[in-house]
Design a protein around this ligand. Structure first.
Ligand SMILES: Cc1ncc(COP(=O)(O)O)c(C=O)c1O
Length: 374
């Protein structure tokens, strides 16, 4: 049986909610009433948007300095990743994916019956990509190397020289590099340009869903060379026929006001990052690689079982975070920033209280065990 589900998406939709919800990855919602858009110009049906609505394609292209023919509209980064992978991979092709990885990327690769191989980003190495590790795994059968930049779950940025090296490795075996850049605009200073410019082997996916607070628009895209982009549009005919036109119109409006949307998000994310940094400094039971950018942090619980801890956190402290097992790192958990600073502050306090309670229980148990041995 082919793999046909995502455990992470199912958990996220059904189990992640809590009064203090730190199981997020994107910034909080930007209200429609604050988007300067004339609702009288909104229409339900479009014409000539079968393979993309040109004003939106042009807006995406202009933002990235690419030709509109390289832009494929998609329903969020999820569909962008799916279309990109499905257009490139044939069953049995080798696909090299980072570890830890965002679960649905692996799920899609398995669904497409790829021969999935992994290269490791280690915590000791600050979750950086080790290109030697990629070089070791790549073979003439490798069709795709896939990474996220910023990395989900850790928010670590991969710099351009490393991306170029990955491009060189891919080119040497005729493979593509797929870079999911959905979090890249959460680098608020010297924001790197899209890796699409690094060479024809680069394919990029992204959306407005994470960094801009307009996830409901489902405005996503792929940047690919024109022939491959066309293949992706034709493949999308099998999935979603035509795009949702009111979404396209509102997405064009969002692009016209992208900078204020991003600035508003930046204020919340930066206030939250300070809280998370201060909190982690005080917690000897947690370790996390600190990052300057991004909307997530990925601490490791140094003692005890993280799954049991998160269960207790949700049941007794009304606080949620994403279990690291969804990133194949069961000792870790992911905290989100950028939604609501008061909520984050209270959620962090509650994580602190849950840790203290657990270490109190550990030392009571240890005392009882020592007493029993005497
Ligand atoms: C790395 C990564 N790619 C894609 C997605 C899906 O994004 P979208 O909501 O745009 O489909 C997520 C969502 O968390 C993500 O973390």
């Amino acid at each position: 049986m082919r793999h046909k589900h995502s455990d992470y998406m199912n958990w996220s939709k059904t189990q992640s909610g809590a009064r203090f919800n730190l199981a997020t990855s994107g910034v909080g919602p930007f209200p429609l009433r604050e988007l300067p858009v004339n609702l009288d110009t909104l229409e339900i049906n479009g014409s000539d948007n079968g393979y993309g609505y040109l004003p939106l394609q042009k807006a995406i292209a202009a933002r990235h300095g690419v030709d509109p023919g390289c832009v494929v509209e998609s329903a969020g980064t999820s569909m962008a990743n799916h279309l990109a992978m499905a257009s490139i991979i044939e069953p049995g092709d080798e696909v090299l994916i980072e570890h830890p990885a965002y679960g649905p990327i692996l799920d899609v690769a398995h669904y497409l019956e790829a021969n999935v191989k992994r290269f490791t980003r280690t915590e000791e190495n600050g979750w950086a990509i080790d290109t030697e590790e990629i070089r070791r795994f790549v073979t003439p059968k490798t069709r795709l190397i896939m990474i996220t930049n910023l990395h989900n779950p850790t928010s670590v940025l991969t710099p351009e020289p490393i991306l170029r090296e990955i491009g060189d490795i891919a080119r040497s075996v005729g493979a593509f590099v797929l870079v999911d850049e959905v979090y890249l605009d959460a680098v608020y200073e010297n924001t790197p340009r899209t890796s699409f410019h690094l060479g024809p082997e680069f394919v990029v996916t992204s959306s407005l869903t994470k960094v801009y607070g307009v996830s409901g628009l489902r405005c996503g895209w792929i940047l690919a060379q024109p022939a491959l982009a066309w293949k992706m549009r034709r493949l999308n005919d099998l999935y979603s026929a035509t795009p949702v036109h009111p979404g396209e119109l509102l997405s064009v409006a969002a692009f016209q006001h992208l900078d204020p949307l991003r600035e508003r998000a930046r204020r919340i994310v930066e206030a939250d990052r300070k809280l998370v940094r201060d909190f982690l400094k005080q917690q000897s039971s947690l370790f996390a690689v600190s990052t300057e950018w991004g909307t997530t942090s990925f601490p490791r619980l140094l003692k005890g079982n993280a799954d049991a801890f998160l269960e207790r956190l949700r049941c007794h402290f009304e606080t949620s975070a994403v279990p690291g097992r969804f990133f194949e790192m069961p000792d870790h958990f992911r905290i989100g920033m950028g939604v609501n600073t008061e909520m984050l502050a209270e959620g962090l306090k509650r994580i602190g209280r849950a840790i203290s309670q657990a270490s109190g229980q550990h030392s009571t148990l240890a005392t009882a065990l020592r007493a029993a041995q005497l």
